[in-house]
Design a protein around this ligand. Structure first.
Ligand code: 13P
Length: 247
């Protein structure tokens, strides 16, 4: 699966042009391998413009509860509006909005009980990488967010090293593959029902480096930020994904 994380980008007019361009480059309506995590305000528009396709439309975050929580979108409201998935625990939510593993676990549980697929984002900082503590750190994020959680068989984790986001620097594809294998093992032994998740890679994915990532067995797809904002570069990444993974 290839997911666009638009972050706080987009406008009503730009979204229409993006859809037009994408569907010119990728004809047909079979978009089951594509997701868009739009902003909350554009979610309904994106649902509507892609209603004839099976593209998955999701959010970048959801709240675990509703009611007197000014500014929030609850999991049940998101589900009612047709939200297929939600990113949870993105590093920008963690460091800009002080989200911790306990809160993220509560959101994962709320997503699951509202039939929204949670996409748990994890990733180490540059300091952590330099101290060679990546695996311990990722394990603590996984255990903190998933222990006791009953995942369903479509569970997804996104591995996004913080230092790779928006920087143009990425780990070597072989190293990402090893980390993804590690994540699959940890999740299998941490979740309540021993599910092996799909693991997406995120962090400076572009049409130039995508093939090298998708060639790796345990890189199951990508979570794309900057390169998803331009429909043509996002479509190129999807074409590469389909070519490599359907071989
Ligand atoms: P970039 O692709 O811009 O590095 O962003 C990655 C990301 O944060 C996706 O969630």
């Amino acid at each position: 699966m290839i997911i666009a994380n638009w972050k706080a980008n987009g406008s009503l007019a730009a979204n229409i042009s993006w859809h037009k361009k994408l569907t010119q480059i990728l004809p047909g309506n079979n978009f089951s391998d594509i997701g868009i995590a739009s902003s909350n305000i554009h979610f309904i528009q994106i649902k509507k413009i892609f209603e004839k396709s099976n593209l998955k439309v999701g959010l970048q975050d959801i709240d675990f509860n509703g009611g007197a929580r000014t500014g929030s979108v609850s999991a049940s409201m998101a589900s009612d509006a047709g939200c297929n998935f939600s990113l949870l625990g993105h590093s920008e939510r963690r460091y800009l909005f002080n989200e911790d593993n306990t809160l993220i676990r509560t959101k994962i549980q709320a997503a699951i009980s509202n039939r929204i697929k949670p996409i748990l984002c994890i990733g180490e900082s540059e300091e952590c990488l330099e101290e060679k503590e990546t695996r311990d750190f990722l394990k603590s994020q996984l255990i903190g967010a998933l222990s006791g959680v009953e995942l369903n068989k479509h569970a997804v984790i996104a591995y996004e090293p913080i230092w790779a986001i928006g920087s143009g620097n990425t780990p070597a594809p072989k190293d990402i593959n090893l980390i993804h294998e590690f994540i699959k093992d940890v999740v299998q032994s941490t979740s309540a029902n021993n599910i092996e998740p799909k693991v997406l890679y995120g962090g400076s994915v572009s049409h130039k480096n995508a093939e090298a990532f998708f060639d790796e067995k345990s890189i199951d797809g990508a979570l794309v930020g900057g390169a998803s904002l331009k429909a043509s570069s996002f479509a190129d990444i999807i074409k590469i994904y389909r070519k490599v993974k359907r071989k």
